[in-house]
Design a binder for this molecule. Structure first.
Ligand SMILES: Nc1nc2c(ncn2[C@@H]2O[C@H](COP(=O)(O)OP(=O)(O)OP(=O)(O)O)[C@@H](O)[C@H]2O)c(=O)[nH]1
Ligand SMILES: [Mg+2]
Length: 326
């Protein structure tokens, strides 16, 4: 009887997760996630551009934003139009997100739809009490005007989202070996997609080390502007190597690493990944980010990558030259 009650409680207490892709880039990222398959989360793709949206067949729900205002043609780079368009669909979006504990809002900043929509949807998720994590990319340095729009959007997000994970396309391209633009964008999609999928699965599915929703909340709630770093390692000390690499080159420039508020580490390894290996990461992080108030980590086994480990580190509450106007 007690066991039955426990089983029922496990079922009802499982956090519910939604991923909302906004605009062209946001929707492309949700497609990456849907194609890989994500256990434990709902995928919503929303765009003002009906042609692009109609190719998002793998999402659980499609929302055509601002049908009256945009007539299915997109926002042509105007965020005010993106915000206005999204307001047409607030009732529908609220109904989709009601009862959700954790929401990822995903967009490529710099255009009209994603940039305008993301703070508006953030207001809805805030009202609903969801832990809201925005995951956004910012345009290349040569796109100064678009970068300025992105900065304004991130400032607006601070009012509604708990944490905004910012990936600088320029930095990503550097780290990925100066890839051609299209390939660099695909790398960004895979990176954000993998982050969202990994976090969702470690809090909703049994993993080697589970991330608990309350822990995630403790690091991300009012986390502010956050950077992400990635690392890989093999051989002896592979976890240490991967963690060091992830913390060494974040995908958003940070002015002062030691001022970082919280750190979330996620480790993926093959069947040979051991608990002991993962347990050493705590000390390692404290060495690199000494004033951090909170550190949490989760780990999962993926039988596709035997011998190697992959690490993603999220640094919350960072100060970035980008946000200070560069
Ligand atoms: N990561 C990533 N970025 C992209 C992708 N496509 C475009 N971007 C970048 O994201 C920014 C916004 O582009 P879109 O997402 O296409 O714009 P939108 O939100 O649909 O806005 P409008 O088309 O103006 O309505 C641009 O600066 C692009 O360089 C993509 O597939 N992945
Ligand atoms: Mg578009």
């Amino acid at each position: 009887m007690v066991n039955e009650k426990l089983a029922e409680f496990v079922k009802t207490s499982k956090p519910s997760v939604a991923v909302v892709g906004l605009g062209g880039a946001g929707c492309n990222i949700t497609t990456w996630i849907a194609e890989k398959g994500m256990a434990g989360g709902k995928i919503i793709a929303a765009n003002t551009d009906v042609n692009h949206l109609s190719t998002m067949s793998k999402a659980d729900k499609l929302v055509l934003l601002g049908e009256k205002l945009c007539k299915g043609h997109g926002c042509g780079g105007y965020p005010e139009m993106g915000a206005q368009a999204t307001k047409e669909n607030l009732t529908e979006l609220r109904a989709e997100l009601e009862g959700t504990n954790l929401v990822f809002l995903v967009a490529g900043l710099g255009g009209g739809t994603g940039t305008g929509a993301i703070p508006v949807v953030g207001e809805v998720t805030k009202e609903l009490g969801c832990l809201t994590i925005a995951c956004v990319t910012i345009p290349f340095k040569i796109e100064q005007f678009r970068r300025e729009k992105a900065r304004e959007a991130i400032k607006a997000l601070a009012a509604s989202c708990d944490a905004t994970i910012v990936i600088d396309n320029g930095k990503l391209r550097e780290v990925a070996g100066n890839l051609p633009l299209k390939e660099a964008l695909a790398v960004a999609n895979a990176l954000i997609g993998a982050f969202v999928k990994n976090i969702t699965e470690t809090i909703t599915q049994p993993s080697l080390i589970n991330l608990d929703y309350a822990d995630l909340r403790a690091v991300m709630e009012r986390g502010g502007v956050s950077a992400i770093g990635i690392g890989e390692g093999d051989g002896e000390d592979r976890v240490a190597k991967a963690v060091s690499q992830a913390l060494a080159v974040p995908l958003l420039d940070i002015s002062d690493m030691s001022a970082t508020y919280g750190v979330l580490i996620h480790i993926v390894g093959g069947e040979d990944l051991t608990l002991e290996e993962v347990a050493v990461t705590g000390e390692l992080i404290m060495d690199k980010v000494p004033n951090t108030k909170r550190v949490i980590w989760g780990a999962k086994v993926d039988d596709q990558i035997t011998g190697r480990v992959r690490v993603m580190a999220v640094l919350t509450g960072v100060k970035s030259p980008f946000m200070e106007g560069e």
